[in-house]
Design a protein around this ligand. Structure first.
Ligand SMILES: [Zn+2]
Length: 374
């Protein structure tokens, strides 16, 4: 795959990532399609929001319906009817956060499924083989995700393991035109460990570089400091992906620091719990103040939820637990995120990224608490 940087503004950059399955305009936000579906959205609806690439979770898919079945059925893109490129994670993060009885050795991770308790092993070679079976456009290396905060010695040991696994993933990976394997820079919030990780991974050589282990509870300023220290150490001609991030204000701040790709469950998960990201901040549709409001969710939004429905109706759907409420709010949130990304791409070309980022961060600072439930 090939990244062409078309314009820069400070460290921020915009361009095109050409893949075997289509072009991704960067900076890009990838909706999360954990179990081969972006929850509550058809693939056609996901594409209509402007999303060009979606993410799938190897941990979930290897357990159900299984990598071999997906391969037999034509790969993940065919299986879920998504025509564009797809990125899959390695499964490491979910093994840490969801699975039971986790044991880590030099060889890999052993765990029990959160679904039925069955025993599984994930090694670097297996993580790559699963993603090959899925036909993933972008494959992620298996890394160890340690819980922060932790002692520096633990972090250093974990980093050595992560780098050894990255090398094994590179050896196991079958290169194909328009596909790529991304390494994952770890090192917690220690700038020197991040630098060591970046050096080890660039020495191995990957098609793109992700930053993992951020947005796990540390202050936003700490995450930005790590990006300031780490992003300049990554090759300029390869995409940079900040994993699991984030709120709109996190994304615009990271783009200012040179990040190209993002994924996060926030817009989809929030949509299913009655929260909407708007130009007036984050709204909670459960609140009684929306019950008689005939106006749209966000007057500045062109999505189907804002074009055709009132806040009063959305409030009613959310209160009644209707599926349509989750669908419309998810659609709106994904649309809003894509509008932010398109705004960033334009702002970078027009060299006003800092002002645009500040405006988005101001919008994002307002959050409606569930103070008046009805
Ligand atoms: Zn909308």
């Amino acid at each position: 795959m090939k990244l062409t940087v078309e314009a820069t503004d400070g460290a921020a950059r915009t361009g095109r990532l050409e893949t075997a399955h289509g072009v991704v305009h960067t900076p890009a936000f990838m909706p999360v399609g954990t179990a081969a579906t972006v929850k509550a959205m058809t693939p056609e609806a996901v594409a209509a929001t402007g999303a060009e690439i979606v993410l799938g979770n190897t941990y979930h898919l290897m357990l159900r319906p299984g990598a071999e079945r997906i391969e037999r059925l034509g790969g993940l893109r065919t299986f879920m009817n998504w025509r564009g490129p797809i990125l899959t994670d390695s499964g490491g993060f979910q093994v840490m956060s969801l699975a039971k009885l986790r044991g880590v050795t030099d060889d890999g991770v052993t765990f029990r499924s959160h679904l039925d308790g069955s025993a599984h092993t994930l090694t670097p070679e297996r993580a790559v083989a699963f993603q090959h079976a899925f036909g993933s456009t972008i494959t992620m290396v298996l890394d160890e995700c340690v819980r922060l905060p932790t002692e520096r010695a633990t972090l250093e040991r974990s980093l050595d393991l992560t780098h050894a696994w990255a090398e094994r993933c590179k050896r196991a990976y079958v290169a194909r035109p328009g596909h790529g394997l991304f390494g994952i820079v770890q090192g917690g919030t220690e700038d020197d460990l991040r630098a060591r990780s970046a050096a080890s991974l660039t020495a191995i050589g990957f098609d793109g570089y992700a930053l993992g282990g951020l947005a796990v509870g540390e202050p936003q300023a700490t995450m930005f400091r790590v990006l300031d220290a780490t992003v300049p150490l990554l090759p300029a001609d390869r995409p940079r992906y900040l994993m699991g991030v984030g709120k709109p204000s996190d994304i615009v701040g990271a783009v200012l620091r040179g990040i190209d790709m993002f994924d996060c469950v926030l817009p989809t998960r929030s949509g299913r719990t009655g929260q909407a990201f708007t130009h007036a901040g984050t709204l909670n549709l459960r609140n009684a103040r929306h019950a008689d409001d005939a106006g749209p969710l966000d007057p500045g939004c062109a999505c189907p939820a804002c074009a055709g429905y009132s806040r009063a109706y959305l409030h009613h759907l959310v209160k009644a637990g209707e599926i349509l409420g989750a669908q419309l709010l998810t659609w709106h949130n994904l649309h809003h995120y894509q509008v932010v990304m398109a705004g960033l791409r334009t702002a970078i070309r027009e060299r006003r990224t800092a002002a645009y980022a500040a405006a988005v961060a101001t919008e994002d600072a307002t959050t409606e608490e569930p103070t008046t439930p009805s």
